[in-house]
Every structure is written in structure tokens, then in C-alpha cells.
Design a protein around this ligand. Structure first.
Ligand SMILES: [Zn+2]
Length: 276
């Protein structure tokens, strides 16, 4: 939600709908806003020579969008075989049940309340569909149920809202926790360092190259904000709204409610470490 100007990842292209990589095709949902950037990225992921596809994050409950996703898969010569969710926020998951109905697929998610069918998703699971391999990476912090999906064949990772294509994300207190989020960023960083992941396919905003630079930027941004919040508390700003007005003065006011969630998460984090 801020810092876009100094973000290191090289955005690829402007319009998001379309083929992003040989295996990943984006259908942009018509729900743009300050929080969702251009809208939600619904991903159709498949092996190029397979007729079976996985859809990640059907998006909001928008009949036209859901039908567009199905039609796009069909145009690509694919049948949707499975639906996955990165997390339960409505802009990603609200349309999942209807999409499952339209496509005749199951929905797999970390949160049992979001699943349709017998199978969940857990850390370390490997999803295999039509030769495609997706490895489930737990990335809690934005929400408790946030997952990323590592696509080893393309050295790419689908990050949902954990890493966005522009700006930074919200730690959605009280469900999202800053300590978890920092651990998740470090987990993504080790994917870039140890597994050579270089491409970020985010839940909002453009595809980014230089995944490691982006994750380092996110880690540095979080450390900066945390020290600003800690400093504000030492100066006597006590409540979350007071801290927001002081620390997020450079951020558009439409984003202050979201910033307040992140500030609450930071205050909890500092308090648990005896620093606030
Ligand atoms: Zn979200």
C-alpha cells in the first residue's frame, strides 16, 4: 500500500489479463480499489501440453468474471480440474463456491470452512494436476490462513496477498500477525535463495521479476515501519489511530483503515516483546 516508487521488482507489462508465463494465465477481476489495486488476479495454471488446469483464487462473486475464467480456460484448450485458494478474503474467495458449481470442481484451502470436497491444503502438500506440480508454502501473516504456491517448473511463486505486484500488503490484525508475516517473508526469501525462485505471480498487481529483491524490499519496509511505530510509542502516541496519523502521514487517507490494522499488529508484536 506504499513504497511503490522504490520497489525493486521489475513489473512485466501493464495490463494484467493474459498469458503471464507458459503455465500461468491471468484473468483480472473487475473489482479495482485502493486495496485491490487493478483488481484480483485469478490465475489459470496448467502444463502447456495438458488439457487440465488449476484455478487459483476465483475472486469476488461476480458471475461475469467467473464465466470469463471458465471461457478463458476453454479457449486455452483446458478443462478446470481443481480450484485452490490462497486465503479467505472475499476478493479472492467469495466466488469460489459458485465457481466450483460452474466448473464442477472441488475447492481446496487451508481453512476447512472454505473447502468444498474432502481435501484440504497443508504445508508441504504437493498438488499434481495434469502433470503440473504446485508446492504449498505456508505464508501466514496477512491472514492466518494465507498460503503461497511454488511453481518449480517456472521458478515462480503465486503469493496471493502476501506479496503484491505494487506497494506492500496489510497485516490484517487480529487474524494476521506480524511475527508470522516476517517468518513468511523469510520463508519466501529462502525459496528465492535456495530454490532459485525469481518470478512473483501476485494476487493483485503486475507480475514481478527479481523475487528476491521484492522480498528484501518487503522485509526492509516492515523493519522501517516497525521502528517508526516503536519511536511513535516512545514519543507518547498511544492509540492505534494516533500512531497511524503520525507514522502513515505520507499515505493516502483512504488506506488509513488498513494501515490501522497493520499498526495494531505492530503494537501487539512490540508489546509481546516488551517494547511497547
Ligand atoms: Zn487478502
Amino acid at each position: 500500500m506504499t513504497g511503490a516508487a522504490s520497489m525493486p521488482g521489475r513489473p512485466r507489462g501493464g495490463a494484467l489479463s493474459g498469458q503471464a508465463t507458459p503455465r500461468a494465465h491471468c484473468v483480472l477481476a473487475p473489482n479495482p480499489s485502493p486495496m485491490t489495486l487493478d483488481g484480483t488476479n485469478t490465475w489459470i495454471v496448467a502444463e502447456p501440453d495438458s488439457d487440465r488446469a488449476v484455478v487459483i483464487d476465483p475472486g469476488p462473486l461476480d458471475e461475469g468474471h467467473l464465466r470469463q475464467v471458465l471461457a478463458t480456460a476453454e479457449r486455452l484448450g483446458k478443462r478446470v480440474a481443481l480450484t485452490l485458494l490462497t486465503h479467505g478474503h472475499p476478493d479472492h474467495a467469495e466466488g469460489a463456491a459458485r465457481f466450483a458449481e460452474l466448473s464442477g470442481t472441488h475447492v481446496r484451502a487451508l481453512d476447512p470452512a472454505l473447502r468444498l470436497g474432502d481435501e484440504g491444503l497443508a504445508a508441504g502438500d504437493v498438488v499434481r494436476t495434469g502433470g503440473l506440480e504446485l508446492r504449498v508454502v505456508p505464508t501466514p501473516g496477512h491472514t492466518a490462513d494465507s498460503l503461497s504456491f511454488h511453481l518449480p517448473a517456472e521458478a515462480a511463486v503465486l503469493t496471493g496477498d502476501t506479496v503484491l505486484g505494487r506497494g506492500t500488503t496489510v497485516v490484517a490484525h487480529p487474524d494476521g500477525r506480524l511475527g508470522d508475516y516476517l517468518d513468511s517473508l523469510r520463508r519466501l526469501r529462502s525459496l528465492t535463495a535456495d530454490d532459485g525462485v525469481s518470478t512473483v505471480l501476485p494476487g493483485h498487481g503486475p507480475v514481478l521479476e527479481d523475487a528476491q529483491g521484492v522480498v528484501d524490499f518487503y522485509l526492509a519496509h516492515r523493519a522501517d515501519r516497525l521502528s517508526q511505530v516503536e519511536h511513535a510509542v516512545k514519543q507518547g502516541f498511544r492509540t492505534a489511530p494516533e500512531v497511524v496519523a503520525h507514522v502513515y502521514a505520507d499515505v493516502d487517507r483512504s488506506l488509513w483503515p488498513a494501515a490501522e490494522l497493520s499498526v495494531r499488529a505492530q503494537l501487539v508484536y512490540l508489546r509481546e516483546r516488551g517494547a511497547a
